[in-house]
Design a protein around this ligand. Structure first.
Ligand code: SAM
Length: 330
């Protein structure tokens, strides 16, 4: 086993796999109302190709955590089967999903039974009208149902990821936390990043970690959690003395690139060594040209070796990547 090292002393062990660039929501901070030009189907990895590349990562490159994402991973027809096949490859790999939970009520049980370990659900508000405003879809009740189904199926601890938008839901952090605490969900706020398809991100409009913490502190007593953070992106705070916690993922104002252990595989088979990378390594083409598993592993190692020390959002020369978040896999 030769792991995924880079030149700055980091080892990637956490693989985010995008299963599709399509999504059934249209969050304003992610994509335009009409959606995007989706990947042509012949450019998407087949189920067999996805499982093969995950096998290379787990068996040859030391990856011990696999997270399915998208787009919306639940819209991928072969999802349950992919989970089952990855679990058969490795009984110990931690396998989770990041989802908007639409349809999760129908599939949570099958996913758990196939070997999925956990679910992370994205939910930015508990007000149905704000949900509609942000996602451009009237589906709040489905998300609530999906969350409950994930918990009931044993896909816990269920994490909830929320993005706050100024003037839209930035006054709703405490109510979202209270709602999650009541249900035992672990809430984490994510700072909005320059990864939207419309290139509309504005640093001054972004709700910062400091603002989120101030807003929560008006209602809850927060204290930094004592457990070491390691490579986890979320800074955790004990709520009202604990044991419940709330997390803040401050990718922009408190970057944690020095501890990053993540690597990404897009739905069309490109390795990205960073969310903000401006280059990719094409494993799909190599695989379809007949590369064997060790050749694929070697290309993957080479792609990681070139990972930059930081995402560079604060550099004057920063350029947003060509792919939006939905096509990279968040
Ligand atoms: N559809 C799935 C979901 O909703 O969780 C997975 C993909 S979605 C791109 C993953 C996460 O990225 C969601 O929590 C979403 O809120 C977040 N996200 C999308 N665009 C973002 C941005 N510009 N900045 C920060 N988070 C973003």
């Amino acid at each position: 086993m030769q792991p995924l090292l880079d030149q700055h002393g980091r080892t990637a062990t956490d693989l985010r796999v995008s299963l599709t660039d399509r999504c059934n929501l249209r969050c304003t901070y992610c994509m335009p109302p009409e959606g995007l030009d989706w990947l042509p189907s012949d450019e998407q990895l087949t189920d067999d190709e996805v499982v093969r590349l995950i096998g290379v990562a787990v068996q040859r490159l030391g990856v011990d955590e696999v997270r399915f994402t998208g787009g919306e991973p639940l819209v991928r027809r072969g999802l349950v089967d992919i989970v089952r096949r990855v679990r058969a490859l490795d009984p110990d790999v931690e396998m989770s999903i990041t989802t908007n939970a639409l349809g999760l009520a129908r599939t949570a049980h099958a996913l758990a039974e196939a070997g999925l370990s956990r679910a992370n659900v994205s939910l930015d508000t508990i007000r149905s009208e704000t949900f509609h405003q942000i996602t451009r879809r009237d589906r709040f009740a489905d998300v609530v149902e999906g969350l409950a189904a994930a918990e009931a199926a044993g896909l816990g601890p269920v994490k909830v990821n929320a993005v706050l938008l100024r003037g839209v839901n930035d006054d709703q952090a405490p109510e979202l936390l209270a709602w999650c605490l009541e249900r035992g969900y672990h809430l984490r706020f994510i700072e909005q990043m320059p990864l939207d398809a419309q290139h509309g991100w504005d640093r001054d409009a972004m709700v910062t970690a400091d603002e989120i913490l101030a807003s929560l502190s008006a209602v809850f007593r927060l204290a930094p959690a004592s457990e070491p953070r390691g490579s986890a992106p979320a800074e955790l705070f004990l709520v009202d003395g604990g044991p419940a916690t709330v997390g803040v993922i401050a990718s922009v104002t408190r970057p944690f690139c020095g501890d990053c252990d993540r690597v990404r595989l897009t739905a069309d088979g490109q390795v990205r060594n960073c969310l903000f990378a401006r280059s990719e390594s094409d494993l799909r083409l190599a695989m379809r040209a007949g590369a064997d598993d060790e050749e694929l592993a070697e290309r993957w190692r080479a792609a990681m070796w070139g990972k930059l020390p930081g995402h560079g959002i604060d550099d004057p020369t920063f350029l947003q990547p060509d792919r939006p978040m939905s096509a990279i896999g968040g």
